[in-house]
Design a protein around this ligand. Structure first.
Ligand SMILES: [Fe+2]
Ligand SMILES: [Fe+2]
Length: 290
């Protein structure tokens, strides 16, 4: 393990926040202005975050007894708090998206006692705890890698989009950087084997983009306004060649090095910049805090 314990030695903050979707002006159908593909990608990600993040929380709780270090205990509590608020705000956005004509989002929107929720929990219980937690650690690294791109790229920040949707994305990305190594450290504290950690990321490395691409295609199929073949081809080309995905696979491969730790990638300066930008004295989202 090398650099930047400073970023994680402090406990991440749990911010109680409330976004004002559709205020003062109603949201436009395409949150990313005129971009069908990016809008459906954002909607799909927003749809899967709440059930995904709840599963991350359960995976960490399975190893609560292995966490004896008081600092890590506090970081775990903050991780759970942050992911809970993410789920809560994404659920609110998802309801808006369903109302606005994104029916695919509904597929991932279900209550705690629903059949789908019970099925997910049953599958989790059948899977070994290490695999479940390694999945969380890999997903957290994947998310943090994307978050670093979203927050670090002027080109991405300059894409015209719904203002409140962008705020949500930046806030979520920033908190993902704040807690990026918590699940990983729980995995280490629990004695999780390196081969499972690396193997799970190898699977995520191969399957995530094809699965997400299929999801975006299905989502667009449910949206007749988006059936514009030439625009879709041009926008798909932009997504795959643009700043979000360009070089992503090379970045993700770093995680598969034995002995790797997420803090080996130093995101402290970027994080401090955005903490100021959003929640400093003049921060753009201070008025959103409850
Ligand atoms: Fe999150
Ligand atoms: Fe996270």
């Amino acid at each position: 393990m090398t650099t930047s314990r400073a970023a994680t030695e402090e406990y991440p903050k749990v911010r109680r926040i409330r976004f004002r979707f559709g205020e003062p002006e109603p949201m436009r159908h395409y949150l990313v202005e005129d971009n069908i593909v990016l809008s459906h990608l954002v909607a799909l990600l927003s749809a899967v975050f709440p059930p995904g993040e709840e599963s991350f929380i359960r995976s960490v709780r399975r190893f609560a007894d292995s966490v004896t270090d008081p600092v890590l205990k506090q970081r775990v509590a903050a991780f759970i708090g942050q992911e809970s608020v993410h789920g809560q705000e994404h659920r609110r956005l998802n309801q808006k998206l369903i109302d606005m004509g994104y029916p695919f989002v509904r597929l991932f929107t279900f209550g705690r006692a629903s059949f789908r929720q019970r099925a997910i929990e049953r599958i989790e219980k059948m899977s070994p705890g290490y695999a479940h937690l390694a999945m969380t650690a890999a997903a957290e690294h994947y998310t943090a890698t994307l978050a670093e791109r979203v927050l670090g790229s002027d080109e991405i920040q300059a894409i015209p989009a719904d203002a409140e949707g962008r705020h949500l994305l930046n806030w979520h990305a920033m908190e993902e950087l704040e807690h990026k190594s918590v699940a990983f450290d729980v995995y280490r504290a629990a004695g999780g084997p390196e081969w499972i950690r690396i193997g799970v990321m190898a699977a995520a490395y191969v399957f995530t983009i094809p699965v997400v691409t299929a999801g975006v295609v299905l989502s667009i199929l449910t949206d007749p306004r988006g059936w514009r073949p030439i625009r879709l081809l041009r926008q798909t080309h932009y997504v795959f060649r643009g700043p979000l995905l360009r070089g992503l696979m090379a970045d993700l491969r770093k995680y598969m090095r034995p002995g790797f730790h997420p803090d080996d990638i130093d995101t402290t300066a970027l994080l401090v910049h955005w903490q100021q930008e959003l929640f400093g004295a003049e921060g753009g989202l201070v008025d959103h805090l409850k």
